[in-house]
Design a protein around this ligand. Structure first.
Ligand code: DP6
Length: 364
């Protein structure tokens, strides 16, 4: 039986407790992929395993107030405000998402949901917001489930079901549910790994990464010319598809080992190869496209020269966009901050200082 059917059968058998109304609230962070999810099969199933650090400063705070609806309904009723304003396009995507998970969350048709979200980072700054948004939403949904069915007291079950729901909203969101680091994608290299949900890596993570910083250098906040969804789609017929899956699988295995042993050189080397690999895939898609720009390349050259000169362990990665994530341990934070502050201000819009964090926080 599929994981989805298992969850559906389980919730159908449970008695629901009536509540007239209630509210739940979660703050959930964004994450930065070390090995990237790029390409999917069917219903948000990744073509390859990915792993990420969970961030701390960049997060979404979501509150859901739910009120019982008298009568029988076949679809959810929601209202959605983002940073205090109605956003019809977000509300539409959210409604489609909630309709797609009605069988997993049958309470969605019994309650009207008033959803409000706020991001800690500027919207459109080029930071992946779907990871924090959908993880915060999924955490709220599992909290409502737990209030109504009292069925998720087991933390592993709570996390995996939440990660499963978050994945259906946005793939990378499934990794934000866990403290410090997470792995998503079925692999023989990691027991318990699954395509259906992410699992946490805190238990195996070497201390060297607990204080890892991520300075996000925003070189452009312009809307992406090609969305991540389109980028994933273009992987389906990509001429390098099979090699990419092999490469990512190997990178994930080696990255896991670097995370376990604390080998920062290996960590940095795989990190940078991965970042360039996914941008190489974008360039060699049909049609090909660039999401990085000249500033990105100048900054990468400058970072590599700084590392070469100083031997400071500092490395970059890229998301699906031109902005650099600069990763380094606390021990070299002052050297790296000085280098960052001396970058040509013409090339940098903003720097957001983030770091590996403890994962989502329940606020109500
Ligand atoms: C480059 O998770 O945004 O950030 O599942 O279509 O919502 P959807 O895609 P999304 O893709 C993220 C791609 C990436 C790599 C990563 O985070 O692993």
């Amino acid at each position: 039986m599929s994981q989805r059917d298992t969850y559906i059968q389980r919730i159908r058998r449970l008695p629901i407790t009536h509540m007239d109304q209630g509210e739940v609230r979660w703050q959930s962070p964004s994450n930065i992929a070390l090995v990237k999810y790029w390409g999917k099969l069917g219903d948000q199933i990744p073509m390859n395993p990915s792993l990420s650090f969970t961030l701390q400063q960049c997060h979404t705070d979501t509150i859901i107030r739910f009120t019982h609806r008298a009568g029988v309904y076949t679809s959810p009723e929601i209202s959605f405000r983002f940073e205090g304003s109605l956003r019809p396009s977000f509300e539409k995507r959210m409604t489609t998402y909630l309709q797609s998970i009605q069988d997993l969350c049958p309470f969605l048709t019994h309650y009207k949901l008033e959803i409000e979200s706020v991001n800690s980072f500027p919207f459109g700054a080029g930071i992946a917001s779907s990871a924090s948004a959908y993880s915060a939403l999924a955490l709220c949904l599992t909290s409502i489930e737990d209030l109504l069915y009292q069925d998720l007291e087991d933390d592993d079950l709570y996390r995996s079901k939440t990660s499963f729901l978050a994945r259906l909203g946005s793939g990378s969101a499934c990794r934000s549910i866990y403290a410090e680091a997470a792995w998503w994608g079925s692999s023989e290299d990691l027991a318990g790994s699954s395509d259906d949900y992410a699992i946490g890596l805190s238990d195996v993570l070497h201390d060297a990464y607990l204080d890892m910083h991520d300075a996000i250098v925003i070189v452009s906040s312009d809307e992406k010319s090609v969305s991540s969804s389109r980028g994933h789609e273009l992987m389906s017929a990509h001429p390098y598809r099979e090699n990419r899956v092999r490469q990512a699988t190997t990178h994930a295995r080696h990255m896991l080992s670097a995370l376990q042993t604390g080998d920062l050189d290996a960590f940095g080397s795989i990190l940078e190869r991965e970042a360039l690999a996914i941008h190489g895939l974008m360039i060699s898609s049909y049609p090909g496209y660039f999401l990085l720009n000249g500033q990105t390349i100048t900054l990468i050259d400058s970072l590599r020269a700084f590392r070469e000169d100083t031997k400071v362990p500092v490395y970059f990665t890229l998301d699906a966009g031109p902005n650099l994530h600069i990763l380094y341990p606390s021990s070299v934070a002052s050297e790296v901050s000085e280098w960052l502050e001396n970058l040509d201000p013409q090339m940098v819009d903003e720097i957001i200082y983030d770091r590996v964090g403890p994962g989502p926080i329940q606020l109500i």
